[in-house]
Design a protein around this ligand. Structure first.
Ligand SMILES: Cc1ncc(COP(=O)(O)O)c(C=O)c1O
Length: 196
């Protein structure tokens, strides 16, 4: 492609290749120039002022910023000493949340939220759950198999976080097609509330 051209938006050939690699369908994948962009798009699609958004400090700083940017009511579920997750509190808070933002392995502390906790949480809430596994390559566990079962799960992957090459990382979102379309179209929750 010539450098004077805009790259194709959400290119099918790349999505098809990634889908093959990850055993997903191309329509489950949404691409953007960095998962920061996908986080912003998610906030835009689902968060209206005053909506409860769960975060688990200390965690990836952008989660809180996205919540504040869209006027959410942040619900912090602090980790316990030693960075253990308070699964009970987390699930209870997620139950009432519009959006729950989780990072595993967690940036900056590297702790892991068990997939069993994620699945229980998904059963208990109708809000969107964003599971950021930018560092999945370092822990060998992924929530990808849960995608088929839970349409309100959105997984962020970072194509190059495992082999970081400067700023060239790309965000990768695997999601139920319905959810992704709404995020892609930037549908704002003030007009329509796709979740809950
Ligand atoms: C947990 C986590 N999610 C997302 C990102 C954003 O990555 P990207 O460079 O793809 O926007 C980072 C970057 O440090 C990160 O640590």
């Amino acid at each position: 492609m010539e450098w004077t051209r805009y790259p194709e938006y959400n290119p099918f050939s790349v999505r098809a290749a990634l889908a093959r690699r990850l055993s997903l369908r191309p329509d489950q994948i949404l691409l953007a120039g960095g998962s920061n962009v996908l986080l912003y798009m998610t906030g835009l699609a689902v968060v209206a002022p005053g909506d409860p958004v769960v975060v688990t400090p200390p965690t990836f700083g952008l989660f809180e910023l996205i919540g504040r940017f869209f006027g959410a009511r942040l619900v912090p579920v602090d980790q316990k000493p030693g960075f253990a997750y308070d699964a009970e509190r987390l699930i209870a808070s997620a139950r009432k949340a519009r959006l729950t933002l989780l990072c595993s392995p967690n940036n900056p502390v590297g702790h892991i939220i068990p997939l069993e906790t994620l699945e229980t949480l998904l059963k208990e809430t109708r809000g969107l759950v964003l599971w950021d596994e930018a560092y999945a390559e370092f822990c060998g566990r992924t929530a990808l198999p849960l995608l088929e079962k839970y349409p309100h799960l959105l997984i962020l992957r970072n194509v190059f976080e495992g082999v970081r090459t400067g700023r060239s990382a790309a965000g990768l979102s695997h999601r139920a097609p319905r959810t992704g379309c709404r995020i892609q179209q930037g549908e704002h929750s003030v007009q329509r509330r796709p979740f809950q």
